[in-house]
Design a protein around this ligand. Structure first.
Ligand code: MG
Length: 350
């Protein structure tokens, strides 16, 4: 068992342990006196894991019910949240009860947002079951839904009471979801840990997955503790994301997965900053080799001009400028604020 404490406005623990999903009740009971627990899951995850979680919760004295929504990013909208509210109301959920998010990023983001807003906020626990949600989205308290105009445009900062990470759930994950998570894993190595990056170069990710999860969560914890509300340093977690979001958008969210798009975005950006002498030479080649090793794409069909045009709609823009995260070398990065008016000339002048 590995435990990571997150000291945000309200502190909580992240537990990493094989088989912890079957003991969820014990961990939820440790942070909650609730009478009722609502488990929120999607149509892919619920048939495989929900029973284990609801049985465990019931065994620890919770009156337990299960809300299941259709799997996929298309469900990540306010109409699904409204169905959750109705479900909470029908099941007499009170402010002292608890919500358990069981699934990937979409589930955690939505269950967290429903928890943040129902009765002006009730407790929730995250049980992330994909690599991406285990290393990234379940940690840090960002919750929300998409609008037709863009992803994650409505949401709240709402920290969970605990996060239970069971690496065994990755065994049932289709390969594309593993590479989706690896995009964010490689990102952590790039921005903060040359030793993690080197480990990924030497070893097979599957063989050292517990270590990888622990290191990524630790990095995210450190960053989030310094900047819970995302007004400064937390921006470094968006390395590769400005181009990545543009690539996802240009593919109408049906092309590359989020993690794959982020990885390709990080590589494209690093090729450019390396040519400009901002990033240590050889870095882009190392990132490219690592992506290939993990079965990930290294190119996108979209020209840079289209990607730059699409970045204008990125919500990470502050006023009239966009934050770009540049690597100085593998394991070190810095935030570079580029006025929107100068983005074209900056990237065209390479
Ligand atoms: Mg991301």
């Amino acid at each position: 068992m590995k435990t990571i404490e997150v000291r945000t406005g309200r502190s909580y623990n992240i537990y990493i342990e094989h088989g912890i999903i079957s003991e969820a009740g014990k961990y939820v009971r440790a942070v909650s006196d609730a009478v009722r627990a609502v488990v929120i899951s999607d149509s892919n995850v619920a048939p495989v894991y929900a029973r284990r979680v609801t049985d465990s919760l019931a065994g620890c004295g919770f009156e337990t019910s299960l809300f299941v929504f259709p799997a996929g990013e298309q469900s990540k909208r306010l109409s699904t949240i409204e169905k959750m509210y109705d479900f909470f109301f029908e099941h007499d959920l009170t402010r002292s009860d608890i919500i358990v998010a069981l699934g990937g990023g979409v589930t955690g983001d939505m269950a967290g947002f429903a928890a943040a807003s129902y009765l002006r906020g009730i407790d929730f626990v995250q049980i992330p079951t994909t690599l991406l949600s285990q290393v990234d989205s379940s940690v840090g308290g960002k919750t929300g839904v998409d609008l037709p105009g863009g992803k994650n445009l409505v949401g709240a900062f709402w920290q969970p009471r605990a996060v239970l990470i069971d690496p065994d759930t990755l065994d049932t994950l289709p390969p594309v979801f593993f590479s989706d998570g690896m995009g964010e894993v490689i990102k952590y190595g790039c921005i903060r840990s040359s030793s993690l990056f080197e480990k990924l170069e030497k070893e097979n990710a599957e063989d050292i997955i517990d270590d990888i999860i622990y290191e990524c969560v630790s990095i995210k914890r450190d960053v989030v503790e310094h900047d819970e509300r995302d007004t400064g340093e937390r921006a470094i977690l968006n390395f590769g994301h400005t181009f990545g979001h543009a690539i996802e958008k240009l593919g109408n969210y049906g092309g590359l997965t989020h993690g794959q798009a982020v990885a390709v975005g990080a590589l494209m950006l690093t090729r450019i900053t390396e040519k400009k002498g901002i990033t240590e030479s050889g870095s882009a080649a190392r990132i490219e080799a690592l992506l290939k090793k993990n079965g990930m794409p290294t190119e996108t069909e979209f020209p840079l001009s289209d990607i730059l045009a699409a970045t204008r709609g990125d919500k990470k823009s502050t006023g009239r400028s966009l934050n770009f995260i540049f690597l100085s070398r593998i394991g070190e990065c810095f935030i570079n604020k580029l006025p929107v008016a100068e983005i074209g000339s900056f990237f065209d002048s390479e």
